[in-house]
Design a binder for this molecule. Structure first.
Ligand SMILES: [Zn+2]
Ligand SMILES: [Zn+2]
Length: 712
């Protein structure tokens, strides 16, 4: 291998953006420096015939790149054209398996005759290395496996060379040789050897593999796991099988029993996708079930474990279940809480399919809410922080979900179902609920946080609430109101004020689920100014800027006075405004002005920032989340974006999409937004405008620990 110049060496691949100074999609580069504004200055590798000599440098935005290790950069550099590199990245499971390949691992490669199985015999460094900045490309020498004779004898000819993109499958060792018969140790030593790692490269998934390699006797493995994982399987169970190379395949148990020639129990599994060498449900010459060709896998039942996409693997940490062998295992044993996902990591951790919280059985109201609240908001983290020793079991379940999301970027449906079952009422487990109802339960009973809002109605004492429901007459508003206008009008017409500045304000739009909505479109206010909605807080006269002493509800909608904004006046202006004949019927009300405030000081503004929006369309909830300060840092999350398998055995595929176009839209000035035509907006922007159900605002200035966290 190359000399160890690693240390601070960082590589990347350009994943989006227009061609710019040579950096186009698929280019591999090395970071030379990082600018303050989040841009990377880098060296660009051409990767053509003259190998990895760096061309000129250039600048690329960090969010347009994906970080690579040196090994990954070398593998991708050998792939051409560059677009095929991105295809490979889009298949993270296969790519991570390819990155972990070493000598004698079994793969299926694209070859002129089609797809052929072969053994990795050598990893070749390709290209000259004339100066220290050069980067070798990395390819695989593969020896083909002859299907008829199991493994062919050594061929004298030079072995063909393949790039990472030529590998279409890293084959689980259980289907070796390609006659798919599982060879147990006493009779299959040749074949076992064929897939045993010789020079295992260090990698994160190696722990469970070592367990198996240390106990080559089948019986040892059986006795280890027989009491744990397989006891509960039945036909129809969703399972996963981890190969010796650390690759996980998923499928459904179609048959259980002792096949001819065996003495222990085996499972016949229909895999979710084709794996070369698997059957159509036959084992040997005997048919046990029927499925598509290349999808039937037969393994000892001890090799199966519950499908970790449904069962969070952190629950089984005391056993040697293969679920732990996945590439995320180093995280699973940690008891430590994970902080909210930082802006710099959110898109690489979260964007993609099978990301976020996996929906299951009407859970979208809960998935969308939890993702909005806990993926990246630091303010919410501070509100919800409690010492671990006061924790109830349900709080613990929630903590697992939150940590799983922040570490892995994915929470399996089973974890959410466990949590739903603990919520107390059966309907939370089975039915589609209103997020508002769930939020109240979540903060009150699970997190034991005091009401987020203290509302004062008229002169009465305050009452607590966790969300704020907009309540008004449609006639009070224009066609396409902003959230700010809705909140102002609602507060004023119901005579409500906030007793104090909230740290989190969740505003519920005037609609009832999917059945009724008052406005066809609502414009999100990215910043909410609640200065004029705070009780007992100094306010500016709407006309002259001096300390206000009156406010007038009827002036709110006055077309000559900037309709929609709250109007408050000093004594002089109040008299003047209301001498106008059209306003003589108004009844301005005196404000509670703090006694000690001088009338000359400028009034400080109290603002909150939009950080998430829950939306509903055809009774399905999704959410938009702002994960950082950059105006473009928006994500769109759908816990049921897609589905694999139609019937009961199927499961939902959650998906997170980057949504920078929402940032573009919301960056327009307010007057532009008011004239916007939703039907011409990009798809996700249109969904936000049409389907918004709840807007979530936070006060970024919330102190690190709030004093009012008493157990209720
Ligand atoms: Zn005035
Ligand atoms: Zn008035």
């Amino acid at each position: 291998m190359e000399p160890k110049t690693v240390g601070k060496e960082k590589f990347f691949i350009v994943i989006r953006g227009k061609a710019r100074k040579g950096f186009c999609r698929g280019c591999v580069g090395r970071v030379e420096a990082e600018t303050q504004g989040g841009e990377l200055m880098g060296l660009l590798y051409s990767g053509c015939s003259n190998a990895g000599s760096p061309k000129t440098g250039g600048i690329v935005r960090r969010e347009d790149t994906y970080p690579l290790t040196r090994h990954q950069a070398q593998l991708l550099l050998f792939v051409s054209p560059a677009s095929k590199r991105l295809e490979l990245l889009c298949n993270p499971q296969l790519f991570s398996a390819i990155c972990e390949l070493s000598q004698d691992d079994l793969v299926v490669v694209k070859h002129k005759k089609g797809h052929l199985p072969g053994l990795v015999k050598n990893m070749m460094l390709i290209g000259r290395k004339e100066n220290k900045d050069d980067l070798h490309m990395l390819g695989f020498e593969v020896e083909f496996v002859d299907i008829d004779d199991n493994l062919s004898s050594k061929k004298p000819a030079p072995l063909p060379l393949f790039s990472a993109a030529d590998i279409v499958q890293v084959v689980p060792s259980y289907s070796v040789p390609l006659g798919l018969h599982w060879k147990d140790s006493q009779c299959g030593s040749l074949n076992r050897k064929a897939v045993t790692r010789i020079n295992s490269m260090p990698n994160v998934g190696s722990r469970a593999r070592q367990v198996r390699e240390n106990h080559t006797e089948q019986s040892v493995i059986q006795s280890q796991s027989s009491s744990t994982s397989h006891a509960s399987f039945e036909v129809g169970s969703m399972v996963e099988v981890v190969s010796n190379t650390g690759i996980t395949v998923y499928g459904v148990v179609r048959w259980l029993g002792v096949p001819g020639g065996k003495t222990d129990e085996w499972a016949g599994i229909e895999l979710d996708y084709d794996v070369n060498g698997c059957s159509d449900g036959k084992y040997g010459s005997q048919r046990y079930f029927t499925c598509k060709g290349n999808r039937g896998l037969f393994v000892p039942v001890t090799k199966c474990s519950p499908d970790s996409r449904f069962f969070c693997s952190s629950t089984g940490s005391e056993t040697h279940q293969p679920t732990e062998a996945g590439p995320v295992s180093p995280f699973e044993d940690s008891d430590k809480d994970t902080p909210p996902i930082p802006e710099s990591e959110a898109s690489s951790l979260l964007v993609g399919k099978m990301k976020g919280i996996q929906g299951h059985f009407n859970s979208c109201y809960l998935d969308a809410t939890l993702f909005s609240l806990f993926s990246s908001s630091v303010t919410l983290e501070h509100i919800c922080q409690k010492p671990a020793d006061t924790e109830k079991p349900i709080t613990c379940s929630l903590r697992k979900i939150v940590n799983c999301l922040r570490r892995r970027g994915f929470v399996p449906a089973q974890s959410v179902m466990n949590f739903r079952e603990q919520l107390g009422c059966d309907t939370f487990r089975t039915e589609e609920k209103d997020p508002e109802e769930f939020i109240t339960l979540l903060f009150q009973k699970v997190l034991c946080v005091e009401p987020l809002l203290k509302l004062r109605s008229g002169q009465e004492t305050s009452q607590g609430a966790y969300t704020f429901q907009i309540f008004l007459e449609k006639e009070q508003m224009g066609q396409m109101p902003t959230v700010q206008q809705l909140l102002d009008t609602s507060c004023l017409s119901s005579d409500l004020k906030f007793e104090e500045m909230p740290s989190c304000l969740m505003v519920q739009m005037p609609r009832f689920g999917n059945k009724y909505k008052m406005f066809s479109h609502i414009i999100p206010s990215t910043e909410l100014d609640i200065t004029d909605l705070l009780y007992n807080s100094p306010r500016e006269c709407f006309v002259c800027g001096h300390l206000a002493e009156y406010e007038c509800l009827q002036c709110l909608t006055d077309r000559k006075l900037q309709p929609g904004r709250i109007k408050q006046y000093c004594t002089v202006c109040n008299t003047q405004v209301h001498t106008h004949s059209s306003r003589q019927g108004h009844s301005p009300k005196p404000l509670a002005v703090p006694a000690e405030v001088s009338s000359d000081n400028p009034v400080p503004r109290h603002t909150m920032q939009l950080f998430a929006v829950l939306c509903i369309q055809t009774s399905h909830y999704v959410s938009f989340v702002k994960y950082g300060l950059n105006p473009h840092s928006w994500l769109f999350f759908d816990s049921m974006a897609d589905r694999c398998g139609g019937d009961q055995r199927g499961y939902n595929i959650p998906e997170i999409r980057a949504c920078p176009e929402l940032g573009d839209f919301l960056s327009q000035p307010e007057e532009e937004l008011a004239r916007a035509n939703p039907s011409q907006a990009p798809e996700l922007v249109r969904r936000l405008l049409c389907d918004s159900y709840m807007f979530l605002y936070q006060n970024p200035a919330t102190p690190l620990s709030k004093p009012n966290h008493q157990e209720s």
